[in-house]
Design a protein around this ligand. Structure first.
Ligand SMILES: CC(C)(COP(=O)(O)OP(=O)(O)OC[C@H]1O[C@@H](n2cnc3c(N)ncnc32)[C@H](O)[C@@H]1OP(=O)(O)O)[C@@H](O)C(=O)NCCC(=O)NCCS
Length: 174
């Protein structure tokens, strides 16, 4: 039985270990573990969810503020990093974390969620190429298909286009 809930202070060390393990296994390094700690310290307006099984933290997803600045500036949220312990991957836990996050953010009145991630994974949750809505990444060289948006409030997004900016803490990681 897997429970998805908001991170508690007691989870912080386990979330760090989980990110270290999952990202090191996937990419040989895990700067995302530091990124999560820095965002948690510097930014109160975040959503951090954990997947827990038998009191063990087996998955984690993080959302932090992203601004889109064009003719007007609008604040939404960015998905990531997210990770699932290697031995629990490909069992739908990542999907449960994404879906739970989307539901909570909808209820909290967010207008959009941005993600920079695998183009074959996120469309299953409704994410679409951000460039089709006139929204671009702040970073050079990001593949167009990897930069995606899920619009939660169509009306609030009318006339919104421009560059989506994550918090500065991401610049050291991306
Ligand atoms: C990405 C990750 C969180 C997915 O968690 P998960 O619990 O395995 O996800 P789910 O079981 O819900 O979904 C599995 C799907 O993810 C896809 N997927 C996972 N990692 C992928 C990757 N690197 N590239 C492409 N697809 C990937 C698989 O294709 C799979 O799809 P399928 O079931 O249709 O074959 C997990 O693989 C992970 O921790 N990876 C290392 C860290 C990472 O890359 N995080 C994402 C960037 S922030």
């Amino acid at each position: 039985m897997i429970c998805i809930r908001e991170e508690r202070p007691v989870d912080i060390e386990n979330v760090r270990k989980l990110n270290e393990k999952a990202f090191t296994q996937a990419f040989g390094q895990a700067p995302e573990a530091d990124l999560v700690d820095r965002l948690r310290e510097n930014c109160s307006n975040i959503l951090s969810l954990v997947a827990v099984q038998n009191d063990q933290v087996i998955g984690h997803i993080y959302f932090s503020p992203v601004n889109i600045s064009g003719d007007k500036i609008i604040e939404g949220i960015g998905l990531g990093p997210m990770a699932v312990l290697p031995e629990f991957q490909r069992r739908g836990i990542g999907s449960q974390l994404v879906q739970a996050g989307i539901e909570i953010l909808k209820r909290r009145g967010y207008t959009f969620i941005i993600v920079l991630g695998h183009p074959e994974y996120y469309p299953r949750f409704g994410f679409k190429r951000a460039s089709h809505s006139g929204i671009r990444s702040q970073w050079e060289g990001v593949p167009d298909e990897a930069f995606m948006i899920l619009i939660l409030n169509e009306e609030a997004m009318i006339g919104v286009y421009g560059i989506a900016r994550y918090r500065n803490e991401f610049d050291e990681t991306v």
